[in-house]
Design a protein around this ligand. Structure first.
Ligand code: IMP
Ligand code: MG
Length: 492
């Protein structure tokens, strides 16, 4: 019993120290280090590690470590399949880390000898917002068991770790039109990314701003072997799936650059199929230019508070819509009716994504009178007969739905065989008239959007992405906007 109370006092002291320390730190990494250190010390163990699942959800990567041998970390990731026990959120205690297959590091060339470095391992699932996102492990060099008390204590610490992660701002975009598809690990696996260096975070935020999808340290490449043993490993900082490129950020420190260059050369030799670039801070803009953004791209993000849908996302979605329409209209030959002018970018891309014989028609409209409801006039009519045709009305954005409602009825009166509506964007929150949308590219928030054909006073149509305009003029209600537009430049 005396032993138990001594243990309890030790745990209390550890908790007190952690809570005190957390009050004084704000960084996620610092907070997790503090917890890990306390876990290892309180259990008189040798080392600890917090491992997170990577973006595939199949590999565990050492993210925060304490006292763990470098060689051990360099073994790289652990396969989730071998740790499937985590899926159920079960606590694993092994007396002998070397002999338990669930705790074996696995990769192309397992490092013999190392797996017996730590012979007592306890592993607890790390849950964040209801999902297992990784594991906290404590390692002992001596063969030992972990008592239920110790496991309970650690389990409490994993909950503290989750709270530390919770207070970190998520690297994610609150107005993401497609939540869950994610930009970077944060949204993908629902936890904040723990960057090793502030410049990495800066780069990630820049990529987020432009909605360029990224993964942080998603893969480790073994570079050198000594027989079966991996003696050198390289983990690039970022991966940009859209251009299939790994990026390693670097500072101006020449000694580090030389070493990194050597590793990169080695990586290129070993993995010729992998594209990787060493990136200086001043080179960030070059990467963004590849996506058409930034000071070197064709599209300066002036007046834009945020890129909502990247050009890559638009292209991908438009291709899907085209495929869907091609399937739905198989053996038929639809006529696409676009509403000028906002629709021209979308129409041009959409029609090329449809693998059917088709024709295109355009209507142009303008608003008159003092309210949006009554005031719609057709300034350019159809050029051909729609009777008995399969008509697809194509719109850039459906806001209140008034415009669409009017045009839908207008086209119905031409006696087509059938009518469908395809809108790139839909602001459902503002809908007044409910015309059924057959195909929708993206649901978007109630913000004034520009780019990819959408304008504000005729400007911004040439942006290759859809963006939120900076606060100001656009905040006026739509009727006022339309009136202002009319007064400024006459018919739309
Ligand atoms: P609705 O009649 O309210 O649905 O408005 C539809 C029309 O208003 C669209 O065809 C656009 O021309 C314009 N519009 C609505 N929202 C936006 C926006 O966010 N940016 C640019 N134009 C918009
Ligand atoms: Mg329009």
């Amino acid at each position: 019993m005396a032993g138990v109370s001594r243990t309890v006092i030790r745990y209390q002291k550890a908790l007190y120290e952690i809570l005190n320390g957390l009050g004084a730190t704000s960084g996620t990494r610092e907070g997790l280090e503090l917890i890990l250190k306390s876990a290892v010390r309180t259990l008189s163990a040798s080392a600890g590690s917090i491992l997170f699942l990577d973006s595939t959800g199949k590999k565990l990567v050492h993210s925060v470590t304490y006292g763990l041998s470098d060689a051990y970390i360099k073994q790289g990731f652990l396969d989730m399949d071998k740790n499937s026990v985590m899926e159920e959120g079960v606590v694993v205690t092994v007396g002998d880390g070397a002999s338990d297959p669930q705790l074996q590091p696995s990769q192309r060339a397992p490092q013999a000898g190392l797996s017996s470095l730590y012979t007592g391992i306890v592993s607890l699932p790390l849950t964040f917002r209801g999902e297992v996102v990784g594991t906290m492990r404590v390692y002992s060099r001596q063969r030992r068991e972990f008592s239920p008390w110790e496991v309970d204590f650690l389990s409490g610490l994993t909950r503290l770790a989750a709270m530390v992660m919770e207070r970190t701002p998520q690297v994610e975009n609150p107005t993401s039109p497609t939540p869950g598809t994610g930009y970077g690990l944060a949204t993908k696996i629902g936890r904040p990314v723990i960057f090793a260096h502030p410049s990495e975070e800066e780069f990630a935020r820049l990529l987020d701003f432009y909605h360029v999808e990224w993964l942080y340290e998603p893969r480790s490449f073994p570079l050198q072997w000594d027989g079966e043993r991996v003696t050198e490993m390289f983990t690039p900082d970022f991966y940009l799936p859209a251009i299939d490129l790994y990026v390693e950020l670097t500072t101006m420190k020449q000694s580090l650059v030389t070493e990194k260059n050597r590793k990169l050369r080695r990586l290129k030799e070993q993995y010729p199929e992998v594209n990787i670039r060493l990136l200086y801070r001043r080179d960030y803009h070059n990467i963004l230019a590849k996506f058409g953004y930034g000071p070197l791209g064709q599209a300066p993000a002036r007046d834009v508070s945020q890129v909502l849908i990247s050009s890559h996302q638009i292209q991908k979605r438009v291709r899907q819509l085209g495929e869907q329409i091609s399937q739905d209209y198989a053996e038929r030959s639809p006529v696409l009716v676009g509403i000028l002018r906002g629709v021209f970018c979308f129409m041009a891309d959409l029609m090329r994504a449809i693998s059917l014989p088709l024709s295109v028609e355009f209507l142009a409209i303008s608003y008159y009178g003092s309210d949006a409801q009554g005031g719609l006039r057709i300034t350019k009519d159809l050029d051909s007969n729609l009777t008995n045709r399969d008509v697809i009305l194509v719109e850039d954005i459906v806001d209140t739905g008034m415009t669409l409602n009017y045009l839908y009825n207008y086209l119905q009166a031409k006696h087509p065989a059938n009518m469908a509506v395809c809108a790139l964007l839909s602001k459902r929150a503002r809908r007044l008239a409910n015309v059924p949308l057959t195909y929708v590219g993206f649901e978007v928030p109630d913000e004034f959007l520009v780019g990819y054909g959408l304008d504000y006073h005729q400007e911004y149509r040439n942006l290759p992405f859809v963006a939120v305009l900076k606060a100001g003029e656009e905040k006026k209600p739509l009727v006022q906007r339309k009136r202002a537009k009319r007064e400024k430049e006459g018919p739309e």
